[in-house]
Ligand binder design. Structure first.
Ligand code: KG4
Ligand code: ZN
Length: 353
């Protein structure tokens, strides 16, 4: 069983984990949310500095919690793309340095492939092919998972990502950062039918709508106009709970429709959901009910594996390692890299940043 020490620093969590194939030995996540919340969003330079300060204690803690030493580690992995360049560089450089010092193979990992692998940690028996709905702060994608490193993009957002829409709408409702968990919390005591909001649809030149692509910018603007109207017309406090519940309901309904249509059209009977928005109560409820109605299996990882963590990165790295894939020490970071290009990170097909 491949034991991988993995590092994740692509955005605002400094995370280190030790994973043996699909089993978590330790998983440390140091969140920077309290630092960035003063600014209402992630400040890239601040994120890099925080990663630098936190990375070494996190590595020590991951080894200690797993009760393992360097001898028992087979490979060292880090997220190489996509993400904030300065933030990625801290984790990638730490992993490469450890690989040189301890003479271990090094593996760069694609962050979205990590989110796909999060489901394997809670469902170790799951085998591809399956459909992954990946909904995070930066991505909203429907990915056909054929095998390790083999992905086909079937649907994507044309503008904001789902998590980004939650964060922006939370700001409109004067809620804190990150917005997703705040909206989810407020929605619990709100009426999801209170306001009728538009589901984003992508028109096709030949008529009709794209069945799997999403759009959230129109929905965000509709919430903005509604908030402005309510503030102008009423002296009552903003009905934040109802607004949050109606927005969440619209996003959940739209994502569910597209995911179910995609699974049925492609004849895929299993859906795995990944990324921070997979933690959303409304999405879980809608998608679970629709999957059941269509006789489809749907897997949501536990909440701590939905948001960024290094265990999912280690799990993806272990699969690549078992197939003989390793990355060159010349591998650089990439702020953008399509999930269909994952194999660029491994030997013979390298990218240099
Ligand atoms: O996957 P993730 O931790 O980081 C990225 O790779 O982007 O996702 C973060 C995103 C944020 O936009 C956050 O607001 C959203 O996930 N999020 C949620 C919930 N928890 C986190 N969105 C909706 N409902 C939640 N419960
Ligand atoms: Zn992520």
């Amino acid at each position: 069983m491949a034991a991988i020490l993995a590092i994740e620093t692509s955005c605002d969590e400094t995370a280190v984990a030790i994973v043996k194939n699909r089993h978590i030995c330790s998983s440390v996540v140091a969140s920077q949310i309290s630092v960035h919340s003063h600014y209402g969003g992630v400040v890239p330079e601040v994120a890099s500095r925080q990663h630098l300060e936190t990375i070494n204690p996190c590595i020590a803690q991951a080894l200690e919690e797993a009760k393992l030493d360097w001898e028992s580690i087979d490979g060292i992995a880090a997220t190489a793309a996509p993400g904030l360049v300065g933030a990625l560089l801290v984790g990638l450089t730490a992993a490469k340095t450890l690989a040189i010092v301890h003479q271990k193979p090094f593996l760069g990992v694609h962050h979205l492939e990590g989110h796909i692998y999060a489901t394997y940690l809670s469902e170790p028996q799951l085998q591809p092919p399956f459909l992954c709905l990946l909904v995070s702060g930066g991505h909203t994608s429907l990915i056909y998972v054929k095998d390790c490193g083999e992905y086909k993009l079937l649907g994507a957002t044309r503008d904001d990502a789902a998590g980004e829409a939650f964060d922006k709408v939370a700001r409109l409702l004067h809620l804190g950062y990150p917005g997703g968990p705040e909206i989810d919390r407020m929605a619990k005591s709100g009426n999801p039918q209170a306001f009728s909001l538009p589901e984003g649809k992508i028109s096709l030149p030949e008529g009709g709508y794209h069945p799997y692509d999403s759009s959230f910018s129109g929905l965000k603007t509709a919430v903005l106009r509604l908030v402005q109207k309510l503030e102008k017309e009423s002296s009552q406090p903003l009905p934040v709970n109802d607004l949050a519940a109606s927005f969440q309901e619209t996003v959940a309904r739209s994502l569910t429709k597209k995911t179910i249509a995609c699974a049925l059209d492609y004849g895929i009977d299993t859906i795995a959901v990944g990324g921070g928005v997979a933690a959303n109560t409304g999405l879980r409820k809608h998608l679970q009910a629709a999957a059941k109605a269509h006789n489809l299996q749907v897997h949501f990882p536990p909440l701590k594996l939905c948001t960024d963590n290094a265990a999912m990165i280690g799990c993806a790295a272990a699969d690549h390692f078992n197939r003989g894939h390793t990355s060159p020490l010349t591998l650089g970071v990439k702020s953008r890299l399509a999930v269909t290009e994952v194999m660029q990170l491994y030997e013979n097909d390298q990218i240099c940043g």
